[in-house]
Design a protein around this ligand. Structure first.
Ligand code: ATP
Ligand code: SF4
Ligand code: MG
Length: 329
């Protein structure tokens, strides 16, 4: 069940930016000025088109970016550890797996190729929990079950798994440490609808036990099912941060891009947003959505500031809804 009153912040992200240095002095502005809090017991869904910076944001929180990345801003975990400035030693020993769990976007690449799923689950149980001896086997089977990983596939190696099974194995591994913060990057890729729902419901149960969840997903239906809040990212920036009920229900998104994302769904208007996102190595000076936005005008040549949960010069969504909705809305 979704919660409406999240507790203390587990993660406070403020002005987080990531730039990749490229040849010829160019840079890719993958994440710009991301600012949000995430509370214990809360699920925040991070959505946006491919390439907008969602995975880079998650990697920045875990110190998993390549050497050409420059990260600035702050991301404070539980009020005591800034993940941006914490060194690799701290991140490796005390943060990754223990304080932050990760369901990676490419699970096959994160599973150890020469060990079976059972061996990896058992090893992680020994490493991150107090489970020892004969209790390890049943605990590994239980961990697999939580992610709907079939028990009769436990002795397979990663290369013997389909994409969906590798995904479930990675989810099972990520849940074992029971970390206060879980980053789940596309945890339902390759799963059919029933398994999507089982997986996200398990993630929601994990959240309801007081954990914080950042759910990165293309699946807006999955986000709508379990998220408390939604962050919409476009060209590296969070352009809307909204309560999930308001976002998916009424009055709906306020940012034109966020509105376009929802209207593109087959069960809604089925009207894709025209055009393509800009190159992150060549962003316009003003609003990055201007070339695709039906509401763009000359003001949009200036970057809109993020205020009251939305970054847009024209809070047109509000007026649209007022005009469209009946008097009781
Ligand atoms: N090491 C790197 N060097 C240069 N650019 C990079 C690097 N890693 C990622 N990028 C760029 O950063 C941008 C954001 O990538 P990211 O993987 O975060 O997108 P995403 O929102 O997770 O997309 P998807 O939904 O497809 O997973 C992309 O333009 C990508 O090409
Ligand atoms: S700032 Fe302008 S171009 Fe950008 S989303 Fe708002 S109306 Fe559209
Ligand atoms: Mg990604």
């Amino acid at each position: 069940m979704k919660k409406t009153s999240p507790a203390r912040p587990v993660l406070s992200v403020a002005g987080l930016s990531v730039r990749f240095r490229m040849r010829g002095g160019r840079h890719v502005a993958a994440v710009t000025d991301a600012t949000f809090d995430l509370a214990a017991g809360e699920c925040l869904a991070l959505v946006g088109e491919s390439g907008c910076g969602k995975s880079v944001l998650a990697s920045a929180l875990l110190g998993l970016l390549p050497a050409n990345a420059e990260t600035s801003g702050a991301a404070v975990l539980d009020g005591d550890t800034d993940l941006v400035t914490a060194g690799e030693r701290v991140l490796a020993r005390t943060v990754r797996g223990r304080r932050i769990g990760l369901v990676p976007q490419s699970p096959a690449a994160h599973l150890t190729p020469v060990r079976t799923v059972r061996a990896q689950l058992e090893e992680t149980l020994r490493e991150l929990t107090g489970v020892r001896g004969p209790a390890v086997g049943p605990a590994a089977r239980a961990a697999a079950g939580r992610a709907a990983f079939p028990a009769d596939h436990l002795d397979r190696y990663p290369h013997e798994l389909s994409g969906g099974l590798a995904q479930r194995a990675a989810t099972a591994l990520a849940l074992i440490g029971d970390a206060p913060l879980l980053l789940a990057d596309e945890p339902t890729t390759g799963l059919d609808r029933e398994l999507v729902e089982r997986t996200v419901d398990e993630l929601r149960r994990h959240t309801d036990r007081g954990r914080a969840l950042l759910l990165i997903t293309h699946d807006l239906a999955a986000a709508g099912r379990i998220a408390d809040r939604v962050a919409v990212m476009y060209a590296g920036r969070i352009v809307e941060l909204a309560d999930a009920e308001r976002f998916f229900g009424r009055p709906g998104p306020r940012h034109p891009y966020a509105r376009g994302l929802l209207e593109a769904l087959p069960e809604r208007e089925f009207a894709p947003i025209p055009g393509m996102p800009p190159e992150l190595a060549d962003l316009p000076a003003g609003c990055a959505f201007a070339a695709r936005c039906p509401r763009a005008d000359e003001r949009c040549g200036l970057q809109p500031s993020f205020e009251n949960g939305v970054a847009c010069h024209h809070l047109t969504g509000v007026e649209i809804h007022r005009a469209e909705e009946p008097a009781d809305a």
